[in-house]
Design a protein around this ligand. Structure first.
Ligand code: GRF
Length: 218
């Protein structure tokens, strides 16, 4: 079965494993998105190679080439408009946008964050979850708003924390969950089934994309 595919851009800063998961999902004719553009703010981002291997146009818009944050945002906006991008996925994109840019993409830009929001916004989420003695970690996909990691939550995956976990062993387990969660959330967005009501996201005619990783050996 083939479906209408919405034009997506994925913004990255590094490795690009979530980008890889989205590329794999989009390869299915029944998945309602196609990645039309990848943008990295760093020329050395490994994910660029991944995009090119998949035949996806991959551009570098280096934030260091702009003296003002708003100018960088405008360059990104122009690139997205040029390609008629409908939805934007931030996937390990390590720059904060100005509120004006975020408002232009409100409801059309999503991010993946490696914690169970609203806990552990920001960096070093896994070390902080272990340090806090949490029994469960996870990841969240959310709409992007001007405040960092604070938009309405589309879906979450819960991942157990083992007693001997290190930040890197936990990161590996959470990343595995991220790669399933992000495509599931993007699918609902592209199908037009997400409605934002205040701080909550309602899924029309279907299940929320939440998941629970039951195999702690990963
Ligand atoms: C992921 O853990 C994501 O949740 C966070 O940054 C990391 C990016 O990893 N926002 P990758 O570049 O997708 O491999």
């Amino acid at each position: 079965m083939s479906v209408r595919k919405e034009a997506i851009a994925v913004l990255i800063s590094g490795r690009g494993s979530n980008l890889g998961a989205l590329i794999d999902a989009c390869a299915d004719a029944a998945f309602p998105a196609r990645i039309k553009l990848v943008i990295a703010n760093k020329p050395e981002a490994a994910g660029l190679e991944r995009a090119r291997e998949a035949g996806i146009p991959a551009r570098v818009i280096d934030h260091r080439d702009f003296s003002e944050r708003a100018e960088f945002d405008n360059a990104i906006h122009e690139a997205l408009e040029q390609d008629d991008i409908r939805y934007v996925c931030l996937a390990g994109f390590m720059r904060l946008f100005e509120p004006q840019f975020v408002d232009r993409w409100r409801g059309r830009m999503i991010n993946i964050h490696p914690s169970l929001l609203p806990a552990f916004k920001g960096l070093d989420t896994h070390a902080r979850a272990i340090e806090a003695g949490a029994r469960f970690a996870g990841c969240s996909v959310h709409f992007v708003v001007p405040e960092m990691d604070s938009g309405a939550i589309i879906g979450q995956s819960v991942v157990p924390i083992a007693p001997d976990d290190t930040p890197s062993s936990l990161a590996k387990r959470v990343l595995h969950a991220e790669h399933a969660l992000y495509p599931a959330c993007l699918k609902l967005l592209c199908e037009g089934r997400l409605k934002i009501k205040g701080r909550r996201v309602l899924v029309e005619g279907g299940e929320a994309p939440d998941q629970q990783l039951t195999n702690p050996t990963i």
